[in-house]
Ligand binder design. Structure first.
Ligand SMILES: O=C(O)CCC(=O)C(=O)O
Ligand SMILES: [Fe+2]
Length: 384
């Protein structure tokens, strides 16, 4: 008599977390547990920025090394003692709240689709980073509004001497000057302090990547420096599709984010687990973007993040500042981040070319969105 053993296979299907990167859907990371799991982070460190303001190079180097360690592993940090006056931050929130409370028809006077650089008001549900858009689950997922503006020479505390050609590379911001002039003043005051902080951080990143402090100075005279101030509306308990912002990486050099006390930001570790980045008073969240990952040949990691579905009936406000580089900057992989054993994994970055390429990838979606809005299919007049 023979007996047959039937092997019981537990062929579990791999699970993935998907994210949006480089103007496209479809990037993914496998969820790993048990023996397969990597040693990876489970929290986000807080870095004290006070030594960055020291006159002594060794103090600045010490904080730069700390930041480099965090950016090589987590790609996200909180900074405290960052030097930006709380009153300036509070005023940015005050005007943000007051702006979003305006009637939608008023906000639509500065609709971002009227502006070549998409500066201005981003209507509710306009953002589309959630992977589910690809699958056509719903048109109305990311329940947030935004207001986007970028570099303005007049508000730069260290104004550069730009040629007309360099000036022409910038998009012109639009503002609700007639209906709410304090909005521009509050937001641009905040922007100018954050730009200054951003330049200081770039010098620390340079030190942490073992080049001299001034390495990036001539690439950030008039950088792409964009704020998109946000209001996430309370989510409908009967509509599970509604969400904050889909998983993505930021494409610029780095981001400095102020968030209110509501929470919801999460970041993805190497095992594709979502790690919360809860609000911590007196801090900004700073994260590596794709350009810094490229310039550092992958040494600094551009970490995937999202804002999860909000619970509760309070809106959430956040103010990210996306720090880029000059439009005419050309940034090769840093000499200290490459060697014969570690050749460049990335082509040199040409900022203008990158932005043109990104817009091309987005063109079809932008055109579809514009047509939908014009046809009233996705009403930009929805409000909570
Ligand atoms: O609102 C937040 O906390 C994050 C927003 C964000 O990731 C983005 O706008 O790129
Ligand atoms: Fe982001």
């Amino acid at each position: 008599m023979s007996s047959t053993t039937v092997a019981i296979t537990s062929a579990t299907q791999p699970q993935y977390e998907y994210f949006y990167q480089d103007g496209r859907f479809g990037a993914k990371r496998e969820v790993l547990t048990g023996d397969k799991a990597f040693k990876t982070f489970t929290e986000i460190p807080i870095v004290d920025l006070a030594p960055a303001y020291s006159d002594k190079l060794e103090d600045r180097e010490q904080v730069a090394r700390k930041i480099a360690e965090v950016f090589e592993t987590v790609g996200f940090m909180y900074i405290k003692n960052h030097g930006v006056d709380q009153a300036i931050i509070d005023e940015a929130y005050r005007v943000t709240k007051e702006y979003f409370d305006l009637p939608t028809e008023k906000k639509m006077q500065n609709f971002n689709y009227k502006n070549d650089g998409l500066r201005g008001y981003e209507a509710l549900y306009s953002a589309r980073l959630d992977e589910r858009f690809k699958k056509g689950v719903s048109d109305n997922i990311e329940k947030k509004e935004g207001y986007t503006f970028s570099y303005d020479e007049e508000w730069d505390m260290v104004p550069p001497n730009l040629t007309e050609a360099q000036r022409a590379l910038h998009y012109i911001n639009q503002w609700p000057d007639e209906i709410f002039p304090e909005f521009k003043t509050g937001m641009m005051t905040y922007w100018s302090h954050m730009l200054t902080l951003g330049r200081r951080l770039m010098r620390l990143f340079a030190l942490g990547l073992d080049v001299n402090e001034e390495y990036f100075d001539n690439m950030m005279r008039a950088p792409l420096a964009t704020i998109r101030t946000h209001r996430y509306s309370p989510m409908d308990p009967n509509n599970e599709d509604e969400n904050g912002i889909g998983a993505h990486t930021d494409f610029e050099t780095f981001t400095m984010l102020s968030q209110d006390s509501i929470g919801g930001l999460e970041i993805l570790n190497l095992n594709a687990q979502w790690i919360p980045a809860p609000p911590i008073e007196g801090t900004f969240v700073v994260n590596v973007g794709d350009w810094l990952q490229q310039a550092s040949n992958g040494r600094f990691v551009s970490t995937v993040h999202r804002v999860k579905r909000l619970t509760g009936n309070q809106p959430r406000y956040s103010i990210p500042f996306f720090f880029g580089l000059d439009f005419d900057a050309y940034c090769d992989v840093l000499p200290t981040c490459q060697s014969p054993e570690n050749p460049p994994k990335y082509k040199p970055l040409n900022i203008k070319e990158y932005l043109v390429g990104l817009r091309k990838k987005q063109e079809a979606r932008l055109a579809k969105r514009k047509a939908e809005v014009e046809a009233g299919i996705v009403s930009p007049f929805d409000s909570y």
